[in-house]
Design a protein around this ligand. Structure first.
Ligand code: F6R
Length: 364
């Protein structure tokens, strides 16, 4: 049932404050100011490195997890798409935690990668939405997302719920490795608890995004830029746009622009820049300005401070609430999803059932 919404995708985008809150509720103990995981029969303190395997949108959760786990737990993290991992004979040293991320829990390549890790004798965990799925049954540690059934082929609410659980995993690894004080953990809990409100605030910009969608819908190519944990989000933005609007789109790490992609820039190529204010902001903005100098039409997605500093010459700006870097990928996912959605609607494509795609990819 789509409720009042025209498509499942839009309904699922709007469900995010509720389902992310639902997911966080099973990991965050607000009173104790702690982030916990379900009981496990191994010791997280013994983990020396992490390998995260997934496909598509779920693999971007893995990439964001790499930034978080390396930053907070100081553990090396490798991220792979499952179709590559399973055939390249990866080196899996003892002490590796193998993490799969999957909405369906049935994606053939991810399931095969999980079995490969189990055969190699390493401990596995799974961030999975369907609790009765094959992966959910086979992982050593199930870390459920509580997104509810996701019907739209383009993943939206599963993505933000996966990020919420990935954050919980990063915090638990950090504590187990002695890299996080109770005060630091308490601060993170405060920020996590604010996520649903920040998602609501992000959703309140829907009409502005819709108004701008017609301009983007006329483009042949669209580029997305981000730095740090906003880079995987740039990839997610590009994937979402291409899969439902059939417009060619690419996501790049901002610093990579001058190594090739900037050659694509002219006044016909919209550039979507994901840049919350903070330590990475100025560098991303300077990459954005290099593109603007070559005629790029920029949509800057940032907070009030960032827009004040760098929004002047943009074709459009979308203002996000100012949030902690840990929750910013969840919040910035919203405008990225809404933009893809409204562009697809403007183009008249079948948003919930894009051509050539299946919801669950159970063949390799
Ligand atoms: C994109 C999308 C896909 C899935 C991918 C993995 O919007 O939905 O890229 O993320 O097929 O699916 P799961 O998470 O079920 O393993």
């Amino acid at each position: 049932d789509k409720g009042n919404h025209r498509h499942f995708m839009l309904k699922e985008i709007y469900e995010q404050p509720v389902v992310v809150a639902q997911t966080l509720k099973s990991y965050v103990r607000s009173l104790e100011e702690q982030v916990s995981l379900p009981d496990m029969d191994f010791d997280l303190a013994g983990i020396e490195r992490v390998a995260i395997i997934a496909c598509g949108t779920a693999s971007y959760v893995g990439m964001i997890g790499k930034y978080w786990i390396e930053q907070f737990a100081r553990l090396p993290v490798e991220v792979d798409v499952a179709s590559e991992f399973r055939y390249r004979d990866p080196v899996l040293l003892p002490g590796t935690l193998g993490v799969v991320v999957s909405q369906s829990g049935e994606t053939a390549d991810t399931l095969a990668a999980l079995r490969h890790m189990k055969e190699a004798g390493i401990t596995t965990a799974g961030i999975i939405n369907v609790p009765t799925s094959s992966m959910a049954r086979e992982v050593d540690l199930l870390l459920p997302t509580h997104a509810g059934p996701e019907i739209g082929v383009a993943s939206t609410k599963a993505f933000t719920c996966q990020l919420a659980v990935m954050a919980a995993l990063a915090v638990n690894l950090a504590r187990a490795k002695g890299k996080l004080s109770p005060a630091e953990e308490a601060e993170i809990v405060h920020h996590l608890v604010e996520t649903p409100a920040a998602l609501n605030e992000a959703l309140s910009h829907d009409a502005e995004i819709e108004a701008m969608a017609h301009t983007i819908a006329a483009a042949r190519d669209v580029l997305y830029l981000g730095r740090g944990s906003d880079f995987p989000l740039a990839l997610e933005g590009a994937l979402k746009l291409k899969e439902i609007s059939y417009i060619h789109a690419e996501g790049y790490a901002s610093g990579e622009m001058k190594h090739g992609p900037i050659a694509l820039i002219d006044e016909h190529v919209p550039l979507i820049v994901l840049a919350p204010s903070g330590p990475r902001f100025e560098k991303t903005v300077s990459n954005m300005q290099e593109a603007q100098a070559r005629g790029a039409q920029v949509v800057l997605i940032s907070d009030a401070e960032g827009i004040r500093q760098a929004g002047e010459d943009a074709m459009a700006t979308i203002e996000m609430p100012k949030v902690h870097p840990l929750i910013s990928p969840l919040v910035y996912a919203v405008p990225v999803q809404l933009l893809a959605y409204h562009v697809a609607v403007a183009k008249g494509t079948d948003v919930d059932q894009p051509r050539n795609l299946a919801k669950s990819v159970t063949v390799e």
